[in-house]
Design a protein around this ligand. Structure first.
Ligand SMILES: *Cc1c(COP(=O)(O)O)cnc(C)c1O
Length: 366
């Protein structure tokens, strides 16, 4: 068993905001330059906490991409805000600042950029829109642990940021997340909301002599058991990222000839972004080719997958749609993610590239 986990079990103190969780929070603050980190039970809960902290009026609007996971939009709705779906940029697949600017109304309160695949959104462009209209930026940095924008770590650039440690993410404890802010006032209130609306955190620091109900809240504190798993993951984050980088760059180099022949498009990382290699996707010319390649790879024993169904066309999300989002629709239909995880061997990644090449020579013969 992991020594850190065994130590937690020995103490018998399994609930949250204990020694291990706090040690991970302080480590993240030092390592990433975040002023305040609060571990949460999930990335979804970090987003819900952030939206609660906006203290929005019912009917206020949040601008977010349609090309994201459902949690971004659920958090908006649960805080009484209306989701306004924006278009993505064709190259980065991140929210398009030009499109965001067009969707700002007097009711807009917040912009929620999602750093897709760990590649930073254009934060300067979004920042100037936010400044001009006095809007908050809450980063959905669920994909983005350890990734940065012009040297600043993602999650720590907007007023608030949300990370995920779900087991599909680079660093995981099964289910977990983190709320990040550089604002002392927001951090103090976040601490209360995370502890069921009580001042228990102040009590633990000896600042008050009993704890009681002081604000609205929920139960967003991660257990010490999961914090111990997370601590073990952070101990090896550099190796994890290095392995992912090797595989990512292998795909880029070896699929480049297919891109040069116009058969597919490779991911684009703008000069301002340092990725954490969370995802590797390719874009096929049509949905038909994407689906045929996915079947070809599956028959070869390779699990390649599409990604988000755009929220504005989902059964629940379409009630919030305001017109078409053609880039989002096209990307969603033509995108395929290739296997990318630290244990993927060199032989396996070579085999994947060969099978993709084999697919294109097969269809050109047909
Ligand atoms: C994973 C993810 C979330 C939610 O994180 P959980 O920890 O699974 O709750 C939110 N937004 C995006 C973009 C994600 O990929």
């Amino acid at each position: 068993m992991l020594p850190g986990l065994e130590a937690v079990l020995r103490t018998g103190v399994l609930h949250g905001n204990g020694e291990v969780g706090q040690r991970v929070e302080r480590w993240m603050e030092r390592t990433y330059g975040f002023r305040h980190v609060l571990l949460t039970t999930s990335g979804t809960h970090a987003l819900e906490l952030a939206m609660m902290l906006l203290d929005a009026k019912s009917g206020d609007e949040a601008i977010l991409p349609s090309f994201t996971f459902v949690s971004t939009a659920n958090a908006v709705l649960r805080a009484g805000l209306v989701p306004v779906f924006a278009e993505i940029d064709e190259e980065t697949l991140n929210i398009s600042p030009q499109d965001v600017a067009k969707r700002v109304t007097p009711k807009t309160r917040v912009i929620i950029p999602v750093h897709y695949g760990g590649v930073a959104c254009d934060m300067d462009a979004l920042g100037s829109i936010a400044d001009e209209h006095k809007l908050a930026i809450v980063e959905d940095a669920a994909h983005a642990i350890g990734a940065s924008y012009k040297g600043r770590m993602l999650g720590g650039i907007g007023a608030m940021g949300c990370l995920s440690f779900h087991d599909t993410k680079n660093v995981t404890c099964g289910e977990g997340g983190a709320f990040v802010t550089n604002d002392d006032r927001l951090a103090a209130r976040a601490e209360t909301i995370r502890e069921k609306g009580t001042n228990r955190a102040q009590f633990l620091r000896g600042e008050v002599d009993k704890y009681t109900w002081v604000d609205i809240g929920s139960s967003f504190v991660i257990s010490e058991i999961l914090a111990a798993l997370l601590e073990a993951q952070f101990a090896v984050i550099e190796e994890i990222t290095k392995r992912r980088k090797t595989i990512y760059e292998f795909y880029l180099t070896n699929l480049r000839p297919l891109e040069q022949r116009g058969l597919l498009r490779l991911p684009v990382i703008p000069p301002y972004a340092q990725t954490n290699y969370h995802l590797f996707h390719i874009l096929l010319p049509t949905e038909g080719i994407r689906n045929a390649l996915m079947v070809h790879l599956r028959n070869a024993g390779i699990g390649a997958a599409f990604h988000y169904i755009p929220l504005h066309s989902s059964p629940f999300g379409k009630q919030f749609a305001r017109g078409d989002l053609p880039v989002t629709d096209k990307v969603s239909r033509c995108l395929l993610r290739l296997p990318l995880y630290p244990d993927l061997t060199e032989a396996e990644s070579s085999y994947i590239v060969e099978q993709i090449a084999e697919f294109f020579s097969k269809i050109s013969r047909e």
